[in-house]
Design a protein around this ligand. Structure first.
Ligand code: ZN
Length: 259
């Protein structure tokens, strides 16, 4: 929003209350309400197609800072969910009879998986939502060599990824595959971790979210391969970016446990 677009009554907040009669905190809340209202109604410039629900629409705003072309207005899918949907459809990644485990399950993806496979299980550390397993990804207690497919999106940046990846490797069947994704800065050779960053507020500034413990560089590939996985990738390229509203260059990793 430029200065010229500022709605009436939301001029610069003054510390004193002289003139306005509204305390500075009240002015800040008013301004935030105006921003929220604007963001709620803002849409992308071009209609996109959602491969999950079939909607053709201008997508809505999501994220901090806001992405103006991110969320399907019908099913709520984000760019990374649509990338996932394209990959699994084009590669027949899920098959009848498979045993599948979905960590921190995204509601936008569950129907795509559940409608195809034999057994669909979910897992999360939090006990706030119903799950098949309330468990820690770093030490799940789940049986070895058990799952055909594991889904683990935007989890590794929250946890001890060395332990989590070893655990995913252990519980996959030989020949089993995991889809893994996390925010990655491809321009960085090395992942950024910092033992001096301890508080949620510091983690927001350093890692982008209060509960993130690192920001991956392109060496995420070496970290994934460390337990013994072979690695393939699926990247958002044109014309998919334009058609489906994806993040340019966003990459999903497909890790295979050798048979
Ligand atoms: Zn949709």
């Amino acid at each position: 929003m430029t200065d010229g677009d500022a709605p009436h009554g939301t001029g610069p907040a003054r510390k004193g209350t002289a003139g306005s009669g509204v305390p500075a905190g009240g002015m800040a809340k008013q301004a935030q309400r105006q921003i929220d209202k604007f963001l709620a109604s803002a849409r992308g410039l071009h209609p996109r197609f959602c491969p999950i629900c079939g909607a053709r629409a201008k997508f809505a705003v999501f994220g901090h800072p806001p992405r103006f072309d991110a969320r399907c207005t019908q099913c709520g899918s984000l760019e990374r969910h649509r990338l996932f949907a394209l990959f699994v459809e084009r590669n027949e990644f899920f098959k009848p009879g498979q045993v599948v485990l979905h960590f921190a399950p995204e509601r936008q993806l569950t129907p795509l998986i559940q409608s195809v496979v034999g057994t669909y299980e979910t897992a999360d550390l939090s006990t706030r939502k119903p799950m098949t397993h309330h468990t820690n990804i770093e030490a799940t207690g789940l049986p070895s060599d058990h799952y055909d497919r594991i889904i683990c999106n935007h989890v590794l940046e929250h946890v001890d990824d060395k332990k989590a990846l070893s655990e995913i490797f252990r519980i996959l069947k030989p020949g089993g595959k995991a889809i893994l994704s996390s925010p990655v800065v491809e321009g960085w050779a090395q992942t950024y971790e910092n033992p001096d960053v301890r508080t949620p507020a510091e983690r927001v500034v350093h890692f982008g979210q209060a509960d993130h413990v690192r920001f991956y560089g392109r060496d995420i590939r070496d970290r994934i391969k460390a337990p013994g996985f072979t690695l393939a990738e699926f990247t958002a390229v044109e014309p998919d970016v334009l058609v489906y509203g994806l993040n340019r260059g966003e990459t999903m990793f497909i890790a295979t446990k050798p048979a």
